[in-house]
Write a protein that binds this ligand. Structure first.
Ligand code: GCB
Length: 598
């Protein structure tokens, strides 16, 4: 009989192995930013198809020869009622709504087609990688179905090895951004439902034996770097190597039958901090596959009401950001736009950004990390999601998994957020707790949060009593004193109580103002009113002894189809500290001054 101690050891080893396995993703290539890529960006031919005629027949059954076949007339008597090549075009990456007036409110299906030639190298694996398509993508290559993806802000890919021709490949994507009650996000939100192939598309060739995924981080005691690899197409003798030249760290590892290998090297790197966002060059190789990355090392934890970065208490001086392009409006599509948003955050004095309300692009996350900004990253489990629907849970978990898979090596990311302002119910608690467990199972090197808005109490006393607070590491609270509730002058006197012994971040406070509109501080929509709300809310914040950070709402005015007040809003949520044309409002300087004192 096996001794119980032996069984316990076996069990612990097994669960450790399971934890390790769960972290790596067999479906996504890690670090495509540093891989050689053939760009499929640029002009794509499109067909706007509100009735989905290219997909369903008149009995509403899927067609066998839908638009994905890209059929052409072969004789003058042929009846083919579509033609990509003589139809319109859209630019990828880019939302369609800002590429022409007629797309402004469009929600539904648009077919996209890209044609390209391709010279296949021997012994290569080829992937088509989409950085993001909002919301549902059905993808076809040369008339054949490759697969589909739901979720507008995370990447997905298809192995297309052996399916490409030298000439005239056509990649067709049916993109559908119809809002659905049971989807993530659901039908109702306070941002524009930008449709389209909103981020870049790549063709990525890698050697047959290649590094699929890896996870590399500092151990909790800060004395070693540990990690694991997942290799595809490996042979029994293949060895993967990792080098961190600056630390003189080097390992060579045999990969096991499943293509996995793990390592630990005893080195003490300089730690990543906002003041010194140090990242090390990491060199990885297996046979002909060579890849570099820049990885920072840090620890993040909570003790009582404190958030500790590398063991030291930190106050998160933050700002919330939507991934919207300054000046041009619409979704961010260029590095310059990313740099503009993040430079404004730095100018404010931030060391932290809340990337709301969905995973922003990988470039955004990498740039923020490079600039020394800690990051809160979230999935669009927003407001009244169908918490009682198991299918909805699958969609949410999928987006969580894709977000963590993509960004798990970014030291800048310190918080995964699973939800924003979700209404209390038992179904909601079960749903969100499951997401929290999933995030913890995948990643033990970060903290979990959610933005809650349920505060009870009266007479200026606010009590955080949402049962979900029990399950997160850091409590996010959205509070609109002076805008949706109470007068600005009442905010300074608010008293906050926390039933949980953990840190809180004020994840939203704010007020709307039209840049350039001036008046009395009691006059809504003026810069003075907004500024007054900021001043009294900052006084309130200073009185919350368990508060360890704040991300006011929001850096820049952003499009929202809920905002109809023509004279002021013009379809923009005006709570930005900066207008969409880059003009700063008074409250920008108030927050900047406040952060100087912190
Ligand atoms: C909120 C939401 C945010 C909205 C904001 C507002 O509580 O989390 O998405 O945009 O309020 O402006 O109302």
């Amino acid at each position: 009989m096996l001794s119980s101690r032996f069984l316990l050891v076996v069990f612990l080893l097994m669960s450790y192995a399971e934890v390790l396995q769960a972290q790596l993703n067999e479906n996504l290539l890690q670090n495509i930013q540093n891989r050689e890529k053939i760009s499929l960006d640029g002009e794509w031919k499109i067909i706007v198809d509100p009735l989905e005629n290219g997909y369903y027949n008149h009995r509403y059954l899927p067609k066998e020869d839908g638009y994905f076949k890209n059929k052409k007339m072969e004789s003058p008597s042929d009846l083919i009622e579509y033609d990509f090549d003589s139809d319109a075009s859209l630019t990828v990456p880019g939302d369609w709504n800002t590429q022409g007036d007629k797309y402004y409110y469009y929600e539904g299906t648009i077919w996209y087609k890209k044609s390209f030639d391709y010279i296949a190298a021997p012994d290569q694996v080829s992937y088509i990688y989409f950085e993001a398509v909002n919301y549902e993508a059905k993808v076809y290559l040369n008339g054949e179905y490759l697969g589909e993806h739901k979720g507008g802000f995370t990447p997905f890919q298809f192995d297309v090895s052996g399916r490409l021709k030298e000439k005239d490949n056509f990649l067709i994507v049916k993109v559908d951004n119809k809002r659905l009650k049971d989807a993530i996000p659901t039908v109702n939100s306070d941002w524009w439902n930008y449709g389209g192939i909103t981020r870049s598309v790549h063709l990525i060739d890698v050697p047959k034996t290649h590094i699929k995924d890896y996870s590399i981080q500092l151990t909790a005691d800060k004395k070693a770097i540990e990690g694991e690899f997942l290799v595809q197409g490996h042979g029994t003798k293949d060895v993967i190597s990792l080098a961190i030249p600056e630390l003189k760290g080097k390992v060579k590892l045999k990969v096991d039958d499943q293509g996995r290998a793990s390592f630990k090297i005893d080195v003490s790197p300089d730690l990543w901090t906002p003041e010194n966002p140090k990242r090390y060059r990491i060199e990885l190789a297996i046979n002909n596959d060579k890849l570099i990355d820049s990885i920072g090392f840090r620890t993040i934890q909570t003790v009582g009401n404190d958030i500790l970065l590398n063991g030291k208490p930190v106050f998160l001086k933050g700002i919330s950001i939507h991934e919207e392009a300054p000046y041009k409006t619409g979704r961010v599509t260029s590095e310059e736009e990313i740099l503009t948003l993040l430079s404004w955050s730095k100018e404010l004095g931030c060391n932290f950004v809340r990337l709301a309300h969905y995973p922003h692009s990988e470039k955004m996350v990498r740039e923020a990390e490079r600039m020394g900004l800690m990051i809160w990253s979230e999935i669009p489990v927003y407001w009244t999601v169908s918490f009682d629907n198991p299918g909805t849970y699958v969609l949410a978990e999928n987006q969580l998994v894709e977000m963590i898979s993509r960004d798990k090596n970014r030291a800048g990311v310190i918080l995964w957020s699973v939800a924003n302002e979700t209404p209390l119910s038992e179904d909601r608690n079960v749903f969100l707790r499951k997401l929290i467990s999933k995030a913890r199972e995948m990643d033990s090197s970060r903290l979990i949060t959610a933005a809650l808005d349920t505060q009870s109490g009266s007479d200026g006393v606010k009590v955080i009593d949402d049962p979900l607070a029990e399950s997160v590491d850091v409590i996010g609270i959205n509070s609109y004193c002076g805008w949706y509730v109470d007068k600005p002058e009442m905010c300074s006197d608010y008293k906050w109580k926390n039933l949980y012994q953990k840190p809180m971040i004020m994840s939203e406070v704010g007020a709307g103002a039209l840049q350039g509109l001036h008046g009395d501080k009691d006059e809504r929509w003026t810069e003075e009113y907004q500024d007054y709300v900021f001043k009294t809310n900052l006084e309130m914040i200073d009185n919350i002894d368990f508060l360890r950070g704040v991300t006011p709402w929001i850096l820049m005015d952003f499009r929202s189809s809920r905002r109809h007040l023509k004279k002021i809003q013009k379809d923009f949520n005006r709570k930005g500290l900066i207008s969409e044309q880059g003009e700063k409002k008074k409250a920008f300087y108030t927050l900047q001054n406040y952060y100087k004192t912190k």
